[in-house]
Design a protein around this ligand. Structure first.
Ligand SMILES: C[S@@+](CC[C@H](N)C(=O)[O-])C[C@H]1O[C@@H](n2cnc3c(N)ncnc32)[C@H](O)[C@@H]1O
Length: 279
C-alpha cells in the first residue's frame, strides 16, 4: 500500500478549510433555502471547490465526451460538488473518492439532500492507492487537487490502471513553471500542503509513460489569474464564519497563505493547466 507522508497535514488542512459543509449549509439558510431538501441547481452555486465553478466542470465533461453511458471517477472529489453536477447534467454514474473523511461525510450528506444518491456515491480513499479493480471507469476527472498528492508518477499510474482501455482522463491542476523558486515550493508545501507540484511538461510525460495518448493541454494561467483575485475576496467575505469556527489566528494564517498563493500567478511562479489523455 502506498503511504502518504503528509496525510495528517493534508487532512487537517481540509478539516479546517474555510469552504466546508457547515459553511455551505449556513449560507444556504441565510439565502432563504430549506436545507432539508435543496436541488442541485441551487446547491451548485455553493459547493464547488475549484476555479471557474460549474463552467470548469462542463469544460472537462465536453473534453472527455462524458454522457449517460459513462461510469465516472472523480479523484479528490472534496464535498462532491463536481460529482453531483456531472451526475445531474450528464446522467452518468459517478464515484467520488477523497482522502479527507469529513469531505466524504459532507459529500454524502449533501448528495442525499439533493436527492442524487442513486447516481453519485463517495468513498474515503487515497488517490495513490485507488480501491478499484483495473479497467473499471470510462472517464476520470480531477480539479485542483493533484497538487496535494506526492509522487505524480504513481498517481497517474493508479488513475490509468482503473480506466478502461479507450477511457479518458481529464483534469486541471496548479503547476510550477521555470520561474518557480525552491523557497516558494517549500512555503507552498508548508502553508498549502502542495507537494511535488507537476508542470505543463511533466504531466504529459507521466501520461505517455503509462501508455496514454495526450490529446490536449491548455494553459489556464491567464484565466486563473483573474479568478483567483475574486476567490481571495470570497475567502475574505467568510472572515466572521472562519473566525467563529477555527479562531482568529487561523484566519490570519489562511489569509497570508492564500494572498501569497494568488501573488504567484502574477509573478509567473505558478501556472494552471488542463489536460486530456486517452488510455
Ligand atoms: C481543492 S479540493 C478539490 C475538491 C473538488 N475537486 C472540487 O472541485 O470541488 C482538493 C481535495 O483533494 C483531496 N486530497 C488531497 N490529497 C489527496 C489524496 N492523496 N487522495 C485523495 N484525495 C486527496 C483533499 O482532501 C481535498 O478534498
Amino acid at each position: 500500500m502506498t503511504q502518504i507522508p503528509q496525510k495528517g497535514i493534508v487532512v487537517d488542512f481540509y478539516d479546517t478549510h474555510p469552504i466546508n459543509e457547515q459553511q455551505i449549509l449556513e449560507k444556504l439558510r441565510k439565502d432563504g433555502f430549506d436545507t432539508a431538501s435543496v436541488s442541485q441547481d441551487i446547491l451548485q452555486n455553493y459547493d464547488q471547490d475549484h476555479y471557474g465553478g460549474v463552467a470548469a466542470n462542463d469544460a472537462l465533461a465536453t473534453l472527455a465526451g462524458l454522457d449517460d453511458s459513462c461510469h465516472l471517477l472523480d479523484v479528490c472529489c472534496g464535498m462532491g460538488g463536481p460529482s453531483r453536477y456531472l451526475a445531474q447534467n450528464y446522467g452518468c454514474r459517478v464515484t467520488g473518492i477523497d482522502l479527507t473523511q469529513s469531505r466524504i461525510d459532507g459529500a454524502t450528506r449533501l448528495t442525499e439532500m439533493a436527492g442524487l444518491e442513486n447516481l453519485a456515491q463517495f468513498k474515503c480513499a487515497n488517490a495513490l492507492d485507488l480501491p478499484f479493480a483495473e479497467k473499471t471507469f470510462d472517464v476520470l476527472v480531477s480539479q485542483e487537487a493533484f497538487c496535494h498528492v506526492p509522487d505524480k508518477n504513481q498517481l497517474i499510474k493508479e488513475c490509468v490502471r482503473v480506466l478502461k482501455p479507450g477511457g479518458r482522463l481529464a483534469f486541471t491542476d496548479i503547476l510550477i513553471t521555470d520561474k518557480t523558486r525552491d523557497d516558494t515550493k517549500a512555503r507552498l508545501q508548508q502553508e498549502l500542503t502542495f507537494q511535488e507540484l507537476g508542470s505543463a511538461a511533466s504531466y504529459p510525460r507521466a501520461l505517455e509513460g503509462e501508455g496514454c495518448a495526450v490529446l490536449e493541454t491548455e494553459d489556464l494561467s491567464d484565466h486563473w489569474r483573474v479568478i483567483l483575485v475574486d476567490r481571495l475576496e470570497m475567502f475574505r467575505s467568510l472572515k466572521d464564519q472562519t473566525i467563529d469556527r477555527f479562531g482568529d489566528a487561523h484566519y490570519v494564517k489562511w489569509d497570508d497563505a492564500y494572498s501569497y498563493f494568488v501573488s504567484l500567478f502574477e509573478t509567473g511562479e505558478l501556472a494552471g493547466g488542463r489536460f486530456l489523455a486517452r488510455r
